[in-house]
Design a binder for this molecule. Structure first.
Ligand code: ZN
Ligand code: ZN
Ligand code: ZN
Ligand code: ZN
Length: 713
């Protein structure tokens, strides 16, 4: 659980806010088109590497002049949130402020050169980029940038020019401050934390909305902002590892069942790379299998009599007027009830319940008045037979009266009977009992004006499940029919269905392709936009190093020489390996004179292949790939061929990695000291391997990203 900091979010003086950009609309189309005069690479259009610089110089407050670490430059952009903020006390005329920190990280001097996220989303072959831009909104409203840093001893703010703390006399060293900034990059409580490499490929690391400690911004506000920012900055692809939780449930499972895609899908994030070899088709099929499972299948099975699952389901079926056919319907209805109960600020009475009630009245035409009365009389008879102070559960009433009418009619009458006066002296009272998850009824003396309103309905002070109870029931149903580890699978449907649920949980990597390189440059409609693919002349290197193409914007009369120059500059700028890169030839236009204008090249498409050399110095080759220097091979029986961030172990004989889970080792179990894969066991014949293979400690590869906290939306 994320702890909300006690520090109140900064509020701004009114006169200041007029100049600030609005977080809820920035960057609007009008604010980005105003820069169109700045030419190629500026304003709209152009690649991320140039647009991010332009964004910072236009909107961000630069770091203090004597910034101690040029390899961690922190820029600050302050936004206002909307125009007027309603506080608990009343209208506050000054809007809240949100501070976006942009930490520009010099990767060659970073504590972690390689990117774990790139490794597990299929970009492990990209060369290491020279810079990473972290976009961070801190939860407590403070900023990483600016002129103040907290003392690492007592937390008091220090001006950057002071070296010792006034409160505790601690002398801050350069390392202290560097530690503090690095700690910020690893902090998991930020409302937003995303990182984008200078080639435009990025990762959304964290979104924490209201459940995650945000006071003003919901998860949707933050995602809307992030999505607009990505478009404005020319970000190319963003991956996200969805480990978000909602009401304590895995949201990727719940959201996939109700909406058919993860929560991030609302902003266009799609199936990225499935862990455990799962493909997009398998994912979609699993969504369908799980969400379309008929409730009747669940209800018709023989359940342990102590399970209240069938009761909870039929309770909500009775509450909903439209038919809840499958699991999707059930969870959609539960979520709508929760949202409704949040929206409803009414203390007594409830919008949804009333809506259900009025719809119900419309539908009651299918029963005659005498039928309804007959059932009501039967129910009252049962209640009268019970000693007056005892509550009778809805389920028991239903059971006692089942001979007189159909289930639908009984449910209808029980719903209508809540708080109904049945004679001049008696009222049927109902209450929600959270312990058995059902309504309860009893007869009470009544009929006075204070308890019965004009329509004969007693005010429904406790006649519907509260938000807490709704969430509790939803979690109960989630655990018993949705989550593969806890679901009751006594039924016959088990395997397909449990597998589908497991797959939805296994799929955590989602991705959005902004197709930034396809967007036309509006900076200058006549400029030439080319995607340039680089091929290295050195064969040894060309087989392993293949950076994604970079977008190059040229003026309309640019020559081949200009193109080569721009390509060299772009790749030098983006990748550490390419610091001395030189573009030599256009592969399809060998021998074309350097002075030829690019627009006159025959058959020019928007993709050009350029051959060049890297002139790699010693010490630079470690920047070949984001995956790092280790050589590893993944070959798992589930089909995985690359690291997907899941727990793996390597075979002690052949060294090939595979999932622990696929090798029959549970996530909760520790790995054996020695492991030999199925393939090697077959070759060995399984007889003498015990002596020949030296026992060695297996290196367990546990991906940290899976354990570093959850997102609360
Ligand atoms: Zn990365
Ligand atoms: Zn101090
Ligand atoms: Zn596997
Ligand atoms: Zn092996």
């Amino acid at each position: 659980m994320v702890v909300v900091s006690g520090r109140p979010m900064k509020r701004l003086k009114r006169r200041v806010t007029a100049d600030l950009l609005d977080f809820l609309t920035f960057p609007s189309s009008s604010s980005s088109s105003s820069s169109s005069a700045s030419g190629a690479g500026g304003g709209t259009g152009g690649p991320f590497r140039t647009r991010v610089k332009e964004f910072l110089s236009r909107h961000a407050m630069p770091p203090p002049p004597s910034s101690l670490f040029p390899h961690l430059t922190t820029w600050q952009v302050v936004f206002r949130v909307g125009d007027v903020v309603t506080t608990g006390v009343g209208l506050d005329p000054s809007p809240a402020a949100v501070c976006l920190d942009v930490v520009e990280e010099e990767v060659s001097r970073s504590r972690s050169v390689y990117c774990d996220q790139c490794r597990v989303v299929g970009w492990s072959g990209h060369p290491v980029c020279g810079k990473r831009y972290h976009f961070i909104i801190k939860a407590d409203g403070s900023s990483i940038g600016g002129h103040h840093k907290p003392c690492i001893c007592c937390g008091d703010l220090l001006h950057f020019s002071e070296s010792s703390c006034k409160s505790c006399n601690h002398v801050m060293t350069e390392e202290d401050v560097e530690d503090w900034v690095f700690h910020q990059l690893e902090n998991t409580t930020h409302l937003l934390h995303a990182v984008v490499h200078s080639n435009g490929f990025g990762h959304l690391l964290r979104v924490n909305g209201r459940e995650g400690g945000s006071r003003f911004l919901s998860g949707c506000h933050i995602m809307d902002f992030w999505d607009r920012l990505c478009k404005a900055l020319g970000v190319r692809k963003v991956s996200v590892m969805d480990v978000s939780k909602k009401f304590g449930m895995e949201y990727r499972l719940l959201h996939a069942v109700t909406k058919g895609h993860p929560w991030y899908g609302e902003w266009g994030y799609e199936f990225g790379t499935g862990s455990f070899g799962i493909t997009r088709d398998v994912y979609n099929r699993s969504v369908e299998i799980l969400s379309s499972l008929p409730l009747s299948t669940l209800l018709s099975q023989e359940w342990n009599p102590s399970s209240r699952m069938p009761d909870v389901i039929s309770f909500y079926q009775s509450l909903a007027k439209h038919e809840l056919v499958n699991i999707r319907d059930l969870f959609c209805f539960l979520l709508s009830l929760v949202h409704g109960s949040r929206k409803s600020s009414l203390r007594d009475g409830d919008a949804i319940f009333n809506k259900v009630r009025s719809r119900d009245c419309g539908a009651s035409g299918s029963w005659t008045r005498s039928e309804v009365e007959r059932v009501e009389e039967a129910i009252v008879r049962v209640l009268r037979a019970v000693s007056s102070s005892n509550w009778v559960s809805r389920r028991a009433l239903r059971g006692a009266a089942y001979r007189v009418a159909s289930g639908e009619l009984l449910d209808h009458c029980l719903r209508e009977l809540r708080d109904k006066s049945v004679s001049s002296a008696m009222v049927i009272c109902s209450r929600w009992n959270p312990d058995n998850g059902d309504f309860e009824y009893r007869l009470e003396p009544g009929g006075t004006a204070s308890t019965v309103n004009a329509s004969g309905m007693k005010s429904s002070f406790i006649s519907r499940p509260s938000e807490d109870n709704l969430i509790r029931d939803m979690r109960y149903l989630y655990e018993t029919i949705l989550h593969p580890h806890t679901m009751l699978n006594e039924g016959t449907h088990a395997t397909d269905y449990v597998e589908a649920a497991q797959r939805l949980l296994d799929c955590k990597q989602f991705m959005k392709d902004y197709r930034a390189e396809e967007a036309p440059s509006t900076a200058n409609p006549f400029s030439i936009a080319l995607l340039c693919q680089v091929e290295l002349a050195d064969h040894a290197m060309s087989s392993t190093i293949c950076p994604p193409p970079e977008l190059i914007i040229l003026s309309p009369d640019a020559t081949v020489s200009d193109l080569k120059h721009e390509v060299s500059r772009a790749f030098q700028d983006v990748y550490l390996m390419f610091r001395r890169f030189q573009a030599d030839d256009l592969l399809d236009y060998r021998g074309v004179d350097d002075s030829t204008q690019v627009k006159h090249l025959r058959g020019l498409t928007n993709l050009v292949c350029v051959r060049g050399r890297c002139f790699v110095k010693n010490g630079v080759s470690k920047y070949r790939m984001e995956r790092g220097l280790e050589n590893w091979t993944v070959d798992c029986k589930c089909g995985a061929k690359d690291d997907d961030g899941e727990r793996m172990l390597a075979c002690d004989v052949c060294g090939v990695w595979q999932h622990t889970r696929c090798s029959g080792i549970n996530d909760s179990e520790s790995v054996p000291a020695r492991f030999i894969c199925g393939g090697c066991k077959m070759i060995k014949g399984g007889e003498d391997d015990k002596d020949e293979v030296k026992a060695s400690v297996v290196d367990v590869h546990v991906n940290q990203m899976l354990t570093d906290g959850v997102l609360m939306l």
